[in-house]
Structures are given as structure tokens and as C-alpha cells.
Write a protein that binds this ligand. Sequence first.
Ligand code: SF4
Length: 354
Amino acid sequence: MSLATPPSTPPVLRVTDLKKHFPIKKGLFSTVRGHVKAVDGVSFELGRGETLGLVGESGCGKTTTGRLILKLVEPSGGDVRLGDSPNLAALPNRQWLPYRRKIQMIFQDPFSSLNPRMPVGSIIGEALAIHNLAPRGEARARRVNELLEQVGLNAEAAKRFPHEFSGGQRQRIGIARALAVQPEIIIADEPVSALDVSIQAQVINLLEDLQKQMGLSYLFISHDLGVIGHLCHRVAVMYLGKIVEIGPGPTLLQQPRHPYTKALLSAVPTIEKEKRRKRIILQGDVPSPVNPPSGCHFHPRCPYRFAPCDKVYPGLDPIGDGTVRVGCHLYDPKYKEQLPESFRNSASSPATAP
Ligand code: SF4
């Protein structure tokens, strides 16, 4: 499958208008004084065998989005469906268990995500027991060994404890645990950011091989655009709890449209001179998700902001052939006559071409 290929089969995961507003409580009676809008209306689809990258600065809501899908954090609203399932975001936890098998998570820190008191065989076997996938004894031990081999570890690892392994090996154990229940979808939350660069490549190659063998779909959460560019068929960029641009990986990374995506990409170091972009330094800090700016939430930091930006929130609208969607007034034909000079001029610069 080419990295540019969008999902061609019915989506295995559909997320619509997903929200998490954490209440801010104060005083003796825990009166709610406001909300932190960590995720504020996120929608996307994930195809079978597809990798969708979710990127953005720390605190943009990408990790919370992954946790909401798995109900590790209770959603405030929205709709999450696996194939033709009911809305999982609204299901009570007991009814959610049968679907839990189809979607698994790989965590950022492989050490803290593994129980240090349990041998690896028991850690992986636990998932098999919960979902009643291998009876006790020999059958379970055989399945654990198969899983260890699948992720490049030998059977002897089952008797050892997590602290006896390196970071990369521990991440392989985390992957084996996720694979134990034969999921369709894996949410990988910064799975390589705690690893050395050489080990990162091994784990990424392993994830790619497993996808080819098993047809897995990945929601790959990362702040590392290099990794995202290597692995993801499509990329979604988040800012302050919302997706601001989504499209095929190669298109989005070579020709970013949203000013925030341009700024993110301009900060990626490269040794190839022709690929270097003019660095865009954003002014100010990320605003508070408690009280986001009016209109486009990015407007206080945007070098191209113009008349409608602080008044109207832009929709995530398709542009060009429709595979890319951008939440920015610069691409809205309604405002064509009002475009700022700085943006018109940037059209002549290949480094920042709109
Ligand atoms: Fe910048 Fe306006 Fe586009 Fe927001 S809508 S990214 S402020 S140009």
C-alpha cells in the first residue's frame, strides 16, 4: 500500500465530534467554575490497514483523543464506532468489553505500562485469560511463545521480568500484549519517543511488518513529524483540542496548507538543502484551553490572520481534490478578495507555498 493511499474500504473506526471538557471545580462545594476543553469536536475515519498520524504540540489533545476512543477517559460527548457497532462513547463499561478486544493501545513508556511484579509470560497471558482466548496451561504458554516470536523475542523471555529488558525490548513486550487479543486497531501513543533513535527504527519496522501480516489499522500519536512522515498514510494536525488539517501524509508534509502545519513543519531539521523550509517562528504561547481565543483559536499566533479570523471559527473544509481538509479562512472562496498581502506574497515562495 502506498503511503498516499486513503482508505478504500469501509472505515474500521469512525470518530465524530468527540469531546472531553474537564470541569474545573473550586470551593467547599466543588462548584464547577469552567471547563478545560482538552478535546473539542474531533472527527475522523480510519480505514482497514491504514495508519493515521495524529500530530501537534504537547497539550493539543492528541493523547486524550486516543484515551477517549478506548474509554480510558470518559468522553463528554461524541460518537465512536468500530465498523457497524453502536456508539461506544455512550456504552456502559460492561457492554464495552466485547469491543475492547478489537482495539488495543501501545503506551509511550514501555516500563511503566508493564507490571514490574509479573513475569512477561503472565503479562501477555493475562489478556488471553480476560478475553477467554486460550485455556489455562500449555495452550496459553504456546500462544505466549508465538506472540513473543512474532515481535522478535525468544520464548525464554516469558520467564523473565520487565526490568530485565532494554527499552526497545520492553516496547516489543507491550506490542505482544496488544496483539494477544488479535485486535483490528492499535492506538500507538508516542510508542517510540522514549527510545534511542536506532531502536526507534527497529520498533517502527516491526509495526510496519505486523500491519502487512495482519492488516492492522494504526492511530499513531506522535509529535515527531519525521516518524509520522515515514509511517503514516494520512496525517491529522491538532491544535487546541481540534483538528485543523487532515490529508494524505506525503501531500500534507510536502505542501502544508494551514499556517500552523506550516510552522510545525518549518521546525523539522533536515540535512537536505532543497528540503529545508524557511523557519516560521510563532509568536506567543499556546492559549489556555479553558478560555480559547474567539474565532479561529490560532489567530493570536497566526502570521496571516485577517478580517474574519477573530470572529468566525473556520470549518474543516475540503480543498483541491477533496482528500485534504483545512480549517482556515485563507482557503475559503468567500474571503478570496480579502486575503492578506503576506499570504499572497508567500504563494511565490516554494518554501511556504499556500
Ligand atoms: Fe490564520 Fe485566520 Fe487561517 Fe486561523 S483562519 S489559521 S487565523 S489565517
